[in-house]
Every structure is written in C-alpha cells, then in structure tokens.
Ligand binder design. Structure first.
Ligand SMILES: [Zn+2]
Ligand SMILES: [Zn+2]
Length: 191
C-alpha cells in the first residue's frame, strides 16, 4: 500500500515495499527541486511561492496544478530526468488563466521546456525524450519545437529578459502576436 511521507517538508506518496531504494531518490529529487524552483521563478520575474507541495508517486508521468499549488512527479520517470521538475515548476510560475493556456499552449509548453533546457545541470539528458528534436520544420503539436522556436526567436530579437517579458505579456492577457508587435517596436530593424 502506498504511504504518505513528509520528506524535507514536502508530501510524498510512495510505496516503498516495491521500491525500497526510492527514499534516497526522493530526497535527491527534492534537493534538486529546492535548488531549481527559485531559479525558475526568477527567470520569469515572479515571486516564488512557498506553499508548493511535491507529490512524488510510484509511477511515470508529471503534472502541475496551479489551483492546488502542487507538482506531481512519478519517480519512475527516467533516472536522469530531473529536468522534468523544472518543466512543471514553470507551469506554476506561469499561473496562466485556463483560456490563456489553451490559446497559447504551444508557447506555454515551449517556455516550460525552454527553462528545462536552460536550467537543467545536464542541459537536457533524457534518452527517451531528446532535445533538440529532429524535426526540420517547427511542428505546432511538439512542445520541444516550442522550446527550439523560443530559443531561435530570442537569438534573433536579442532583447533582454525575453522569456520574462513573454510571460508578463501572456499573464496580462496579450496574445503572442501582440507580444511580438511590442518587441518589434523596440527593435524594429530586426523585423
Ligand atoms: Zn507542460
Ligand atoms: Zn519537435
């Protein structure tokens, strides 16, 4: 039976009877999270909230709930893939209205993977799910294409605090096109 544990003040739901080694892994994940979480929020120019729970569970998959302020993370995700926590933390820092997320899903997911690639110690080291992806053209249903697209755009526009500005814009209900228009007015010779 899964049991609920508090590790480092975070709630973890784990079944140690079938994976006794996962206690150490859980601690390592939470150490990693404590280090990265403030960096994710800082990158998006947001105050880091301290009321986040991490629900570690014995399985595969990850998700974030802005409403309930938690991240769920399956400790059977790739052994190397701590970066997945950065992706989910980004969704908490974005805290978009559901319409905003729906209308900008490619950009929102791209931003989460952009920070995952930038802030992971290993860049992005998940053999099951590699970055950058192999597509030759941007595919709108591929989140890693979103990250690649944002990196390309950031390099092309060369504006300071690019993702923080993009995030601010989406939080203020501006569309991606409106964000681009605002940037290009600042740097009209690039467009
Ligand atoms: Zn996501
Ligand atoms: Zn792709």
């Amino acid at each position: 039976m899964p049991k609920r544990f508090l590790i480092k003040g975070k709630h973890c739901v784990l079944d140690y009877s079938i994976c006794p080694d996962e206690f150490d892994r859980s601690k390592a994940l939470l150490d990693y999270f404590d280090d990265k979480f403030p960096k994710v929020f800082k990158s998006l120019n947001q105050e880091a909230s301290n009321i986040i729970d991490i629900l570690l569970f014995d399985g595969v998959g990850a998700s974030a709930s802005n409403e309930n302020r938690y991240i769920k993370y399956g400790i059977r995700n790739s052994r190397k893939d701590f970066g997945c926590l950065i992706h989910e933390a980004t969704h908490l820092a974005q805290n978009y209205k559901s319409d905003t997320y729906r209308n900008n899903q490619f950009i929102a997911e791209g931003m989460a993977d952009y920070l995952r690639a930038k802030l992971s110690d290993d860049g992005w080291d998940n053999p099951d799910d590699q970055f950058p992806c192999s597509h030759r053209q941007v595919q709108l249903d591929c989140s890693k294409c979103g990250a690649g697209f944002l990196m390309w755009l950031e390099a092309k526009l060369a504006v300071k605090d690019f993702v923080a500005r993009l995030n601010d814009s989406l939080r203020n209900d501006l569309s991606f096109d409106e964000f681009l228009f605002g940037i290009c007015k600042d740097a009209s010779n690039l467009c």
